[in-house]
Write a protein that binds this ligand. Sequence first.
Ligand SMILES: Cc1cc2nc3c(=O)[nH]c(=O)nc-3n(C[C@H](O)[C@H](O)[C@H](O)COP(=O)(O)O)c2cc1C
Length: 259
Amino acid sequence: MSQYSILWFSGTGNTLLCARALAAALAQEKAEAELVDISAAAYWQPPADNTLIFCWPVYCFGPPRIVRKYIKQMLPGDNRVYQLCTLGGDGGGAMSLTVRLLRSKGYRVCGGTEILMPNNFTGGRIPDAGSIQDLVATARVKIEEFAQSILKGEHVIQSVSVADPVTARGLNWGFRLAQPLLGRLFKLSKEKCTGCRICVRTCPVGNITFHSLPRWGKECELCLRCLHICPQAAIDYMGALKKGRPQYMAPETDFAKTR
Ligand SMILES: Cc1cc2nc3c(=O)[nH]c(=O)nc-3n(C[C@H](O)[C@H](O)[C@H](O)COP(=O)(O)O)c2cc1C
């Protein structure tokens, strides 16, 4: 049986890349780690003895709604828990929001790490190919160190964020409140869309249906996978692509093949 359960959620592959790198680093030390896709494991309960490592991207200074939901449905337990957050600039102390939830169920939170990755948010700055390589290389080194700390059972907190936590919490609160509305702001170019349905097939929460054209429902996580994966760049959000911002998918990620 595996000793480590790595529970991940990822929109554009940054977090999946990190989760896989972590699993590989643990395996190198002969530890067994299973990767669990949170979006496909709504009611999966982790084995009682496993150390859990939650991996998720920061969305407006907080965890994705699906990660909160997952933790909320977990049965009480006393597993050791670590977290790995990927972010494009500043996490604003996002990890503390899940720490409270986990502790309220008895889980022993041993810390976590923030990993700076390319920013996939349409409002942020998506780096060029060279910077992407550099960020990923630095992330891999940090993840190997993190794996060593986990193997030793150390308490570890590594943060790269500087945002004021109180402001960050306020903004995250507003974001969560507005999320149902924000998920309806996708704009589809009817001229560009070929009806290939890759957005429908790869949406991690099955929020896109097809009625002669893709249509977004009410469960959007705002992961932006649909926007970044569309082969025609037919999906826009807040005019980002229109303004010339490139699409982004993490290296070594092919959600089109894996789902
Ligand atoms: C809706 C949204 C909100 C985001 N908010 C933040 C943020 O508050 N701080 C930050 O540093 N990065 C933010 N990002 C960037 C992502 O956290 C970052 O690019 C992450 O690595 C993406 O991971 P993924 O490829 O696994 O989805 C945001 C991205 C999205 C889509």
